[in-house]
Ligand binder design. Structure first.
Ligand code: PRP
Length: 200
């Protein structure tokens, strides 16, 4: 039995679409049926549904053998895991956005404080970083910050809130991560699953 940590956010939809394309409908049907259940078992693989930001910890600790997480999460809060491979879904970007016509960015709201701090430090811009846990688009609208650093995928959220994208900080896609020990001790099971995923 191997355990795979997934997240039920946007990556989950992309993951389901991807494994459907790989012809793995036995997984998609069961995964989609799960409602609010936090784990399920299919063909001797246990899937757990964690918050995206928690996936690396489940994998690092060995509670999960494999995990699928966005590169944003892995860069923001690095974990001691094997970075097995990029996956061909979950493409989006981390970008600076704000209302049109910003003259100077002095305050930025974001849930990606580490990446933002590094970015503005490299740019030699003295910026105050405010940590929000979600709906960061509200901050510049309400005057809490001048701009935001956030995930942009389709651009719809920015557009619907009257914000525009200024600069891209990094491209993001889903990544497959693995526990450093069980990747070798459960090599066969892990390899079989990864092969089904079409990663190797
Ligand atoms: C992310 C991000 C934006 C939105 C961008 O939030 O924080 O709000 O997606 O996507 P778009 O460009 O396709 O509109 P998400 O829905 O992942 O939820 P979160 O607020 O929990 O991060």
């Amino acid at each position: 039995m191997i355990t795979v940590a997934l997240t039920k956010g946007r990556l989950f939809k992309d993951f389901i679409k991807y494994i459907n394309e790989q012809g793995l409908s036995q997984y998609t049907e069961a995964l989609e049926d799960e409602g609010r259940s936090l784990y399920t078992e299919i063909n001797n693989i246990r899937f757990i549904f964690a918050k995206g930001k928690d996936v690396p910890l489940y994998v690092e600790s060995g509670v999960a053998d494999l995990g699928i997480a966005g590169l944003d999460i892995l860069v923001e809060d690095p974990a001691d895991v094997l970075n097995v491979s990029a996956l061909p879904f979950g493409e989006c970007r981390l970008a600076i956005a704000g209302p049109p016509g910003i003259q100077k960015i002095e305050k930025v709201a974001t849930s990606f404080t580490e990446i933002s701090f590094r970015y503005f430090t490299e740019q030699k811009q003295d910026v105050e970083i405010l940590h929000l846990h979600g709906s960061v688009e509200l901050a510049p609208i309400l005057g809490l910050s001048d701009a935001i650093v956030d995930i942009v995928q389709t651009g719809t959220t920015l557009k619907e809130n009257g914000l525009i994208e200024y600069d891209k900080i990094m491209d993001i896609q889903a990544r497959l991560i693995a526990n450093k020990q069980t990747f070798y001790t459960k090599e066969e099971e892990i390899y079989n699953f990864i092969k089904q995923l079409g990663v190797f």
